[in-house]
Design a protein around this ligand. Sequence first.
Ligand code: ZN
Length: 364
Amino acid sequence: MASTAKSKRSSRGKQARAKPYKEPGLLKRLAAGPVICAEGYVFELERRGYLQAGAFVPVVLTEHPEVVEQLHMDFVHAGSDVTQALTYYVHREKLRVIGREKDLVPMNRIALQIARKVARRTHTLFAGDICNTNIYDPNDRKALKEVERIFEEQVGWAADAGVDYIVAETFSWGAEALMALEAIRRYSKVPAVVTFSVHREENMRDGWTPAETCQRLEAAGADVVGVNCHRGPDTIMPILREIRRAVKCEVAALPVPYRTTPAQPSFMSLTDPCCDHARAFPVGLDPFVCTRAEMSKFAQEAAALGIQYLGICCGAGPHHIRALAEGLGRHPPASKYSADMSKHAFFGTDKRIKAVQTEYRSKL
Ligand SMILES: [Zn+2]
């Protein structure tokens, strides 16, 4: 009797600990309306002084985990529905480049732990993340094996951590995106969001069009397909129109918040007239940053196309995410502090603003 009672208690205890997460999952949320996902953490952490431009490996995970947690909180406060684990570029190839392969497992685990904690506290979705390996080469069998290994282990760690879904992002090769999707399907049981990047060239490095790439991903079982990073709002829109027409599944759009142009359609191609037309990427992009109004307009245009998975990638600050959310008619907590110029010292219309100030307005 005693041992039965004890085993019942322990099994109840186990059930309580393993209780599944009750918030609606990604697909349910997408069926109900847009889902906002803040990305681009590595760029923002570089600006804040916690990792180095160039390698862009988030060493901040071990050096200042509290900064990563606060960044997640800032983006949720600004309207992100998702807390995506900062495992971007925490794969063995990038760690090999900076000589820190031994930190592979701890860095992945820390990133997932932090994101899980924030997601559960804020009732946002907890997303895992895998990305471009930078060694994919369709003609190099050894490299392809290593790509498989990178995806398998990172998907495994994400699945262990109990992610709600996994994002695979920023691929230049359609076939590498397909490999990432295959790993998510094989080594986890959660939905897959697969996004790739379009550079100056209109097609993927395999020669596939973005629409064709999305069709292949959809056929291979992706739940959400689309484009992230590299292109700004203006040069991502034509691609999105093609993709939305080409697939039946949900579509994702996460541009960079930079003013890219038809002549320089990706943020890596932007050159700055101020400085001898030098390449602006990555630390001279400030003059090209989109305004909040531009990000709000992007959200409205993409939503009007029927694109439900929306976010912003490298270069996004919380103010951009708030603007995107407000463009969709949301009022995240940070909207409490959205601009109200009626009380401005010179431009204000509030009756408490003195005429001595407002009369000087035209001279400002
Ligand atoms: Zn990005």
